[in-house]
Design a protein around this ligand. Sequence first.
Ligand SMILES: [Zn+2]
Length: 377
Amino acid sequence: MRKAFKYRLYPTKPQARDLERTLELCRQLYNAALQERREAYKKAGKTVGFYEQKRSLLEVRAALPEYKRIHSQVLQDVLQRVDRAFQGFFRRLKGRKGKAGFPRFKGKGRYDSFTFPQAYATGVKLQEGGKRVLLHGIGSVKVKLHRPLEGKLKTATLKREGEGWYIVFVCEVEPKPLPPSDRAVGIDLGTNPHFLITSEGEKVEAPRRYQKTQEKLAKKQKELSRKRRGSRRYLKTKKQLAKLHRKVARQRRDFHHKVARSLVNRYGTIVHEDLNVLGLARSYLAKGVHDAGWAQFLFILAYKAEEAGRRVVGVDPKHTSQDCPVCGHREKRPLWVREFTCPTCGTLLHRDVAAAQNVLARAWAGPSGKGAAEAAT
Ligand SMILES: [Zn+2]
């Protein structure tokens, strides 16, 4: 399986300029390649393919010497991105009966990375035991490997985030199975102030630190709206805001990793509500949750589970918060009702714990849950 390792880079000023320049040239190439394809498609209804464009790279490099300094595979990867964008466009055309927007041109600030697709062989090399990384066309850049790189290196992507530069290594790693466990748990995602509640009654809250940054972010947002658009102060506040956004995202991701790790370590099977079921987003909005990033959390959870040889199951979320997990009695209750006694069987229930228990039960009952039942027996 593939795993990504992201590290901060510490380029010198000239190196940062070179990174910046490479990124800008890649962006221009992206837009030019996109333009060529769009025109061919609009004028003649034909498609210019990846290989055709790849061949013309030679001419580009001959005519525009600034492109010679960039590794040819980095440029090929740019064309690959254009190709992917077009594949997506054609897929959408099919799906929506002929209505789909063309892939878009990337403005400055909308193009933030470039990739060495065969970093294991060429273009990128770690030096001095991982203290520096040699990048073709850029030089030897200081890097901080805050956690060790594992597995076999595949690709390396240089990424700009705000003022900072990062390198993301994608590696092929062996799964690390944990000893099997027949414990299963259901989770109910997101009713404030909880991030999740399990069928065993465990309540997980977002960390204080994260909540504080979010408050700061909201304040900054207000500050920005009071400033005149385009003014010096506006731009300064905007920059601070972007920085806070990145901080929130980073803290949220760390938190998601921690929660997922703890669940995967303890349970052989983890059952959650399937986010892909239509209409769920709406019901979560009703719960007052906008920015919890469930999709990211479930992605991380699924990933960690796969790595550990454990099972994650998504089930239909319909009525999970209305049914009594003991007798099945269904009743709609206002959101503010946290605890209640089931009128049919008399069980005292906590709304979200009950929901999590229903979620767990569904993995055994529903068709998508068969695998989970097998895994646990
Ligand atoms: Zn009941």
